[in-house]
Design a protein around this ligand. Structure first.
Ligand SMILES: Cc1cc2nc3c(=O)[nH]c(=O)nc-3n(C[C@H](O)[C@H](O)[C@H](O)COP(=O)(O)OP(=O)(O)OC[C@H]3O[C@@H](n4cnc5c(N)ncnc54)[C@H](O)[C@@H]3O)c2cc1C
Length: 567
């Protein structure tokens, strides 16, 4: 039976059940969205184990999804959180107008991320199209390169060079990755066909960078360096991508084939509502617990403190010690923090993981990111300049230091928000030591060069808000950005929830979260890893899935990610 989570405020929910592209693989083609959409839950745990405690470290979206589904199974999740509920789905209110927020982490969610949208719908959240470059939602876009600005509503308004770049990108994806065929196989939810098309790409591209792809595929080679450079600045879907050029091409291919760069939506009012509502949500049907139980109620209003230590007890249980020194023992622990924190932020007994897994956890490479926001009195950019007939300001992509500027309209009666600068890696590191004021001043000076007639300062109200996740000890980076040769590490982390062949000393601890998934930087991938961990814990407690509705661990040997040889 499928849960009635269809939400009229989300077009993604309208397409549930219809044949449309979803994040079905490509590495692990499994229908997570269908698996969770059962009113009875994902499976059953023997009644003897009902009420057993399971520690969940971290209350980001993966920790909350893990805890929510464990609660539905009749287990008692015990969440530990060192910082703020919601993790990287963080919507920071402006002090002067608390209803107006800056989205510091996840802010645009592709509708192909159907497992995430299952929870967005469950929490009855409204979403709307995100104003990405050249989309209708943006209204207009300015591309400012080498001192020249181009104003456009669609790509057709831009000089031919930009269309050539766009065509070269799409042609390269077709030639090298058989994009349409792969997307068709994912739409059809045909795991064998997905593997047939995807696995050769894993072999071919794991060792090679995104830049290598752009520099060597025929459609780009036919054009020359300038087109490659423009592609780096303007990118595809969401903006410039040259900061990702050193990453493995596989990561970029996953985004493209999953359709993550198209049709993205924002959560009206605040992305952080999703983790907050899931925390409060009372499932209609759940094992063991009384109707009306929620994670908030199980925790009496607040999670446990941050975790300081994880060690194996002699009786095989895992001792979790919090930052205030209290220790509780658990049969199972799910860790959802960034993996670097297992060597820097938490004292973890080395014997809990194999050396191969430690190698993968430690070699994970993180992307840096900075965002700086200001609140403005109104969405003044929608005003039309009477001389030019253009919007006063537009969504802006530039080779200058701001890189991407997004205009976020909260409606005519509310202050609006400008994400002055959204930058990555080297561009983000340039401003790392600067205060919010200094970052805002730099960005406004840059935008003044692009829009000399606009007095942006006169519209600003309140104080700027900025974030650099890499300087936060609870994160150390925005999210994983896998380097060439990292496929085997990603596979080790992702497959860790299937523990049947593990020695006893490595069992009972599960990895989940953004950097354990195949699509880091996308909450959909984090949700998939949470559901993998739920299957692992259910299996450990003697549980099973329903007939005809296998879970991720039931089919992993058959349709799991391809294994590359070590030699
Ligand atoms: C700048 C940025 C932009 C992004 N943009 C998008 C986007 O547009 N679309 C999209 O889909 N995704 C986006 N993402 C990714 C998305 O935000 C993540 O995939 C998702 O929020 C990760 O959830 P998580 O639960 O795996 O990790 P987290 O949210 O990081 O949760 C882990 C939690 O662990 C806690 N913790 C750390 N140490 C301890 C400890 N010792 N004890 C207990 N708790 C601890 C942390 O405080 C945190 O709350 C973006 C992320 C960033 C940073």
């Amino acid at each position: 039976m499928t849960m009635p989570t269809s939400n009229p405020r989300n077009p993604s929910s309208e397409s549930t059940g219809l044949k449309s592209l979803s994040a079905f693989g490509p590495d692990f083609p499994f229908s997570f969205d269908h698996w969770v959409a059962d009113t009875n839950g994902v499976g059953i745990i023997p009644a003897d184990n009902h009420g057993a405690e399971v520690a969940v470290v971290g209350a980001g979206i993966s920790g909350l999804v893990t805890a929510y589904e464990l609660m539905r199974l009749g287990l008692r999740p015990v969440i530990y959180e060192a910082g703020r509920l919601g993790g990287r789905l963080r919507s920071e209110p402006f002090g002067a107008a608390p209803d107006v927020v800056a989205e510091l982490g996840g802010m645009r969610f592709p509708i192909t991320g159907k497992a995430l949208f299952h929870y967005i719908d469950l929490c009855r959240l409204e979403t709307r199209p995100f104003p990405n470059p050249l989309t209708e939602a943006a209204g207009s876009t300015v591309i400012d390169l080498e001192g020249t600005s181009h104003y456009a509503r669609t790509i057709e308004d831009l000089p031919p060079l930009f269309r050539e770049v766009s065509n070269a990108w799409h042609a390269s994806l077709e030639n090298e990755a058989r994009l349409s065929e792969l997307q068709q196989a994912m739409t059809d939810r045909d795991p064998a066909r997905v593997h047939q098309l995807w696995d050769p790409l894993v072999e071919a591209w794991d060792d090679r960078t995104f830049y290598d792809f752009i520099a060597t595929t025929e459609p780009f080679c036919n054009l020359g360096y300038r087109h490659r450079e423009v592609f780096g600045q303007v990118g595809f879907g969401t903006g410039g991508w040259d900061s990702d050029f050193p990453n493995t091409m596989l990561e970029v291919l996953r985004i493209a084939v999953s359709g993550f760069d198209d049709n993205q939506r924002f959560i009206v009012a605040a992305a952080e509502q999703l983790p907050r509502r899931l925390w409060e949500h009372q499932p209609r049907k759940l094992a063991h617990w009384a109707t009306g139980t929620s994670l908030a109620r199980l925790h009496k209003g607040a999670p446990r403190p941050g975790v300081a230590r994880l060690i194996r007890n002699e009786n095989g249980t895992i001792a979790v010690t919090d930052r205030w020194g209290a220790t509780r023992d658990y049969e199972a622990v799910v860790v959802t923090t960034q993996s670097w924190l297992l060597t820097t932020g938490i004292d973890v007994d080395e014997s809990l993981f194999s050396h191969k897994v430690w190698m993968a956890l430690d070699r994970t490479s993180y992307t840096q990111s900075s965002k700086t926001f200001v609140m403005v009195d109104r969405p003044f950019w929608n005003d039309i300049n009477p001389v030019t007939g253009r919007h006063l300001m537009s969504m802006t992509l530039t080779d200058r230091n701001t890189r991407g500027t997004y205009l976020l309209d909260n409606g005519p009666d509310k202050p609006a928000v400008i994400l002055l600068t959204y930058a990555w890696n080297a561009d983000a590191m340039k401003v790392l030591p600067l205060s919010a004021q200094e970052r805002a001043r730099l960005a406004i000076d840059t935008l003044r060069k692009i829009y000399p007639d606009v007095d942006l300062r006169s519209h600003i109200i309140g104080e700027p808000i900025t974030v650099s996740w890499e300087s936060d000890p609870l994160f150390l980076g925005a999210f994983k950005g896998a380097l060439p040769g990292h496929y085997r590490y990603s596979r080790r982390m992702h497959s860790h929830f299937v523990q049947a062949d593990f020695p006893a000393e490595h069992r009972g601890i599960y990895l989940a979260g953004d950097d354990v998934g195949w699509t880091p930087g996308w909450a959909e991938g984090a949700v998939h890893t949470a559901l993998n961990a739920v299957w692992g814990v259910m299996n450990q407690f003697g549980g099973a899935t329903y007939d005809g509705r296998p879970g991720p661990g039931d089919v992993y040997a058959e349709v799991g990610p391809v294994k590359l040889p070590d030699k």
